[in-house]
Design a protein around this ligand. Structure first.
Ligand SMILES: Cc1cc2nc3c(=O)[nH]c(=O)nc-3n(C[C@H](O)[C@H](O)[C@H](O)COP(=O)(O)O)c2cc1C
Length: 67
């Protein structure tokens, strides 16, 4: 049986996106970027504050696209 490979990734700065693309090249897998409908701020502290609130409240922010 042939397996399908999905590389689902979230990248805020672009670093993880580069690695995900490299993994896709090496494995022949399909890339899927997990992207929030409401983008995280550029500012690190602001992103951290939002992350903390989302985690504390068990929020599941909407993402664009679907697999
Ligand atoms: C707001 C936010 C939420 C994240 N949530 C997850 C997560 O649920 N699971 C996970 O493995 N990594 C999560 N990460 C880490 C990212 O996938 C990624 O490893 C990190 O942002 C560093 O890569 P980058 O420099 O490309 O942004 C999160 C990062 C941020 C900024």
């Amino acid at each position: 049986m042939k397996h399908k490979i999905l590389i689902a990734y979230f990248s805020h700065t672009g670093y993880t996106a580069t690695l995900a693309k490299e993994i896709a090249d090496l494995t022949g897998g399909s890339l899927f970027q997990i992207q929030p409908v409401d983008d995280y701020p550029e500012d690190y502290r602001a992103t951290l504050d939002r992350y903390k609130e989302e985690t504390a409240k068990h929020l599941r922010p909407a993402v664009t696209g679907s697999v």
